[in-house]
Design a protein around this ligand. Structure first.
Ligand code: ASP
Ligand code: MG
Length: 492
């Protein structure tokens, strides 16, 4: 019995421990035995710091895609093709388990369980190859195997490495509506279940390990939160337990000031607001989809993006209020493969209801419009260059003269500190005065400035803008140490 004052047990007072951290590991952080080993070390380091972790894991990298391919093959009657995919997946999961778990009994038990799960998955696929109809509900059941298996393997690997881990079936906690493939969480129920299921485990100093992305409806039927939904699970659990922090472990150092492949002196952004991160994600920065961390933002829980291959790097912290920064921008994002559609010179142009007719065409083809600009005689819109573009143009031609030009890129400069600053636009366009700019917009959010250029000019534009605006970066917001270290290295 520990001596000293007895701390109130969380499960009795209904409050999660103060130092609770939800740690979400993406597919690359659990892709094989080596990655899972690194993940275990990261969680152990948090425990050593006195934190109380709750772990959420994705399926092993690419497994969700492959399960969806197996489902699609089976639904087309290609039973052999579908089973060939699961046979490879079976081997991959078994190999990871065997490499991670050295104690023979535990290893046998885990491998048995993996075999059983794949047997039942194969049964579903055989049935599908007969029925030839893949419903969203069956699709969710099939993809759920990815996270169900990864969470088992990770929990066993943690135990083997001295963590007192328990696998928890996320479907008992994350309750959603029945909108299969993109189910909406039922917050009150999730909060209740998270308290009931997780707090008693935390009282016993256990480390719960659960799959992200998978959930169930109120009748217990498996649902999923939509692709990439594991971050969402992390935020939901963090929100439900009012965690101190949420960590999203991926394979990048965090949000950068620009794509480092294009701009070698890009810097890591140490801290950014939720709104700024959301803007960047919309414009193609792939680090994380901010809508998924909304449950955390609403409760003011900071979210960090971290690299499981470089755990010492502090990553990027995403917080509710933008930190003050002495330069206007935090980051430059680029979205390529865009097309501009110019709709010109119709007598109907700009009359009542005209724009809605134009938008109805995009709606019909389920095509999102990125940017719109109108003048007296024309409307220009930008869209992803997608397969239905010729049809969209044909439909629009019924309304007006239409011109479509591909190979465009949208450059988006994001920063809370451009709000209300004068002369920023002039500085931006001065930095790229050698580049032809087609369309300009300053977002209604007042925290982004974007403009459309030729795709071939995009990299050069980013480098010029970066040179102009990140010459003297604020060390409170950007990782300037890394740049210093680089300079020293290259001088040696
Ligand atoms: N495994 C799921 C996916 O690939 C969810 C996730 O990893 O976030 O979409
Ligand atoms: Mg992901």
């Amino acid at each position: 019995m520990p001596s000293g004052p007895r701390h109130a047990r969380s499960s009795e007072n209904g409050k999660a421990p103060m130092n609770l951290v939800v740690m979400k590991f993406g597919g690359t952080s659990v892709e094989d035995a080596a990655a899972i080993g690194r993940t275990a070390a990261i969680v152990k380091s948090r425990v050593a710091q006195g934190k109380t972790p709750v772990v959420v894991v994705s399926a092993m990298a690419k497994v969700t895609d492959q399960l969806l391919r197996a489902a699609a093959s089976a639904a087309q009657g290609d039973r052999t093709g579908a089973l060939a995919i699961t046979s490879r997946l079976r081997g991959r999961h078994r190999d990871a388990a065997a490499e991670l778990i050295k104690s023979p009994n535990e290893c046998c038990a885990l491998v048995d369980l993996i075999e059983q799960r794949f047997d039942s998955l194969d049964e579903v696929l055989r049935g599908l190859a007969v029925l030839l109809e893949l419903t969203p509900r069956i699709s969710d059941l099939i993809v759920s195997y990815g996270e169900r298996l990864s969470s088992r393997i990770v929990a066993a690997a943690f135990c083997e490495r001295g963590l007192d881990a328990v696998r928890v079936d996320a479907r008992e906690i994350v309750i959603t509506d029945s909108e299969f493939q993109r189910a909406a969480p039922l917050d009150a129920l999730i909060e209740k279940r998270a308290h009931e299921r997780l707090l008693p485990l935390l009282d016993e100093h256990k480390v719960p390990v659960m799959g992200g992305f998978i959930a169930s409806n109120e009748s217990g039927v498996t649902t999923t939160l939509g692709r990439g939904g594991s971050d969402f699970t992390g935020a939901l659990i963090g929100g439900a337990l009012s965690a101190e922090a949420i960590e999203i472990w991926t394979d990048v150092d965090g949000i950068m000031t620009a794509d480092p492949r294009v701009c070698p002196d890009a810097l890591r952004v140490k801290v950014i607001s939720f709104e700024e991160a959301a803007e960047l994600a919309y414009f193609g920065a792939k680090v994380l989809h901010p809508a998924t961390i909304l449950p955390a933002v609403k409760k003011n829980i900071p979210v960090s993006v971290l690299n499981s291959r470089n755990a010492r790097c502090e990553g990027t912290r995403i917080i509710s209020l933008a930190p003050h920064c002495r330069s206007p921008f935090k980051s430059i994002a680029v979205k390529k493969k865009l097309s501009i559609i110019d709709i010109v010179a119709s007598p109907m142009l700009m009359t009542h209801g005209y724009l809605s007719q134009i938008f109805a065409v995009f709606d019909k083809h389920k095509c999102a419009v990125d940017m719109v600009s109108t003048s007296e005689v024309s409307v220009s819109l930008t869209v992803d260059s997608n397969a239905s573009l010729p049809e969209i143009v044909a439909d629009l031609s019924q309304l007006a003269d239409v011109k479509c030009e591909g190979k465009k890129a949208l450059v988006c400069m994001v920063g809370d500190d451009i709000r209300g600053q004068n002369g920023i636009a002039a500085q931006v366009f001065n930095a790229i005065r050698h580049i032809n700019v087609r369309m300009i917009s300053q977002g209604a959010s007042e925290i982004n400035m974007s403009f459309m250029i030729e795709e071939d000019d995009a990299d050069e534009a980013v480098r010029s803008l970066h040179a102009a605006f990140f010459k003297d970066p604020d060390p409170g917001v950007f990782d300037t140490e890394a740049r210093k270290a680089q300079t020293v290295n290259s001088e040696q």
